[in-house]
Design a protein around this ligand. Sequence first.
Ligand SMILES: Cc1cc2nc3c(=O)[nH]c(=O)nc-3n(C[C@H](O)[C@H](O)[C@H](O)COP(=O)(O)OP(=O)(O)OC[C@H]3O[C@@H](n4cnc5c(N)ncnc54)[C@H](O)[C@@H]3O)c2cc1C
Ligand code: SF4
Ligand code: SF4
Length: 447
Amino acid sequence: MESNQIHVDALVVGGGIAGMQASLDLADQGFQVALVERDPSIGGKMIGLSKVFPTLDCCSCITTPKMAAVAHHDNIKLLTYSEVQAVTRNGNGFLAQVLRKPRYVREEDCSGCRSCELVCPLDLPDNDNEFGRTAHRVIYVPFTTAVPQTALIDIDYCLYCGKCIKACPTNAIDFNQQPQNLEIEAAAVILATGFQVTPYDAKKEYGAGKLRNVIDGLMMERLLAPTGPYGRVLRPSDGKLPDSIGYVQCAGSRDETLGVPYCSRVCCMYAIKQAMLLSGALPLADITIYYMDIRTFGKGYEQFYQNAKAMGIEFVKGKVARITEDEEQNPIVRVELIDEFSRVVERKHDLVVLSVGMLPGYNPEAIYAVPTAEDGFVQIPDYNVSPTETVQEGIFATGTATGPMDIVDSIMTAGAAAAEASAYIRAHNGHRAKPEAAPEKRSMVYA
Ligand SMILES: Cc1cc2nc3c(=O)[nH]c(=O)nc-3n(C[C@H](O)[C@H](O)[C@H](O)COP(=O)(O)OP(=O)(O)OC[C@H]3O[C@@H](n4cnc5c(N)ncnc54)[C@H](O)[C@@H]3O)c2cc1C
Ligand code: SF4
Ligand code: SF4
């Protein structure tokens, strides 16, 4: 295995919107940043979303410029498909051991032309980005707007037929590529490891993932996205355009039986957003949102909710007890109507969406000695005063790594983490960027 070392001011772990923003905020001040992302592309969950509440701006249009800015910033060293394996204290800073997983394609040579995809003979379900609804070749660029636009090979399924090697115009494919070890010396660390959604098969009362026309909020995001698998909303069992769609709120939040007692904060808003987008995509469809409470806490959010009601989206205050299906695989929702003395009714839909909540994406305890709180998210001892400081001096956390939050709050905490990290670097290690250089071009000088 090759081994080499780089020196930076800050190591940022996780390349979702929070990690990208924290990296850019530091890099724009002249600090040197290494951004480590475990997936083959940066962008996190946000790059897969359709539009964003409450403005309904196109998600790709907001995210891709940030991804490109990260990739092209002189002060950011981007390490995708990489994982931090160990971190030790190094004076006032840290020494991180990073594993770069082999893509079997040399990043520096690959132009992302996708000629290899055209000749590769085998398709695999795209489980990472499209929930298995589309396929990619054994060699593939992760998705259209991926950054970097670099192919990788799923070596477990490769036939070693060599067709991609012949097709590659830049001779980028290297079956002998090995994992690489990299040592990163950093003055501060920012954890931006994000979230995962509550598994949609977690609740047996809701069909335990076995009802084909019951999907979750992230799957619906892909169906609604312009870059999605079909370019339209089709229900999974038979490809029919749904006429009646039901949303089940708090499906995996505020639920002691799943060990998730907290509110995930974004599900009400994303359900309302999706309902509005569905009203546009399927103007004749009936859309019903079954909720216990609607929580629209942010700027412009309550108005967004009122607009949805005015558009004819039906809001039913009720607790969904069970979802079953009829012989045509139409989901049947059994709901207790809270405003009607708990009367129980059953309503049939073509498609049901579970508004799944947020769970922590990663537990940093073993590697960073940063504990998690009772809810499993990174523990922030003094949240009201220093919302990004962990128990470890010099290690900060941002975005949904610290708890459920939306994009606006993820970006705000990223700015806060960058500011805290910047102050820490200056106070404990000195500002290592060359003072005479222009801010965005500064490079670090080490003794
Ligand atoms: C269905 C749905 C719809 C939504 N719609 C909206 C909306 O319209 N508007 C809005 O404001 N919010 C919305 N949200 C919330 C939004 O997705 C989040 O606020 C935002 O994506 C959080 O960004 P993040 O960077 O904290 O986390 P993530 O997007 O999860 O990014 C974390 C990154 O860290 C990487 N990572 C994790 N662990 C490691 C590790 N150990 N090493 C290296 N890398 C690691 C991950 O691969 C990922 O790239 C929605 C959420 C859902 C579920
Ligand atoms: S060698 Fe592997 S990746 Fe290349 S074309 Fe053949 S199956 Fe696809
Ligand atoms: S590996 Fe070669 S053929 Fe495939 S995308 Fe990269 S440059 Fe193009």
